[in-house]
Design a protein around this ligand. Sequence first.
Ligand SMILES: [Zn+2]
Length: 155
Amino acid sequence: MPKPNTTDATRRHADTAWLNGIQAINDEAAGMLDVNIIDATAGVEMIFDAAIGDVEAATLMRAVYQAAARIKKAPRRAPALCLCCPRAVRRLTPATIFGVARPAIAKPSNALAFAFCDKCSADRGNRAAKAATGLRRIWPDLRTVEVTHPEGGRA
Ligand SMILES: [Zn+2]
């Protein structure tokens, strides 16, 4: 698969783990991504499912946890940016929405989460489209981005 756009990726997160995650997804995805949108309700369900041994839920929650940690530890002068727009994501609230991108293959070993800013988080009807656009900015050559759960959750 062609290379990701590391200039845009770097602008969104000045963080090596984020860039490494992008590269890992790139290598595994072959141009096709699945995206889960995770709001607070879906997050609670996934924490429960992960706790009772659901491997997929655990993978998604680990990715969200890592994204949250990246946002919290980002330096003030170089905050994480929304995947979808130029706004910074400096704090997490119960209204913060995450997305998790995974290669659209049978058993993906990589997952990369990102956050929506407060404004994009609130834009419920357009989150899926915005996420697809944001991911295409990082991976200009993506063949498909399927937002499998635009309203959150997996069911
Ligand atoms: Zn935004």
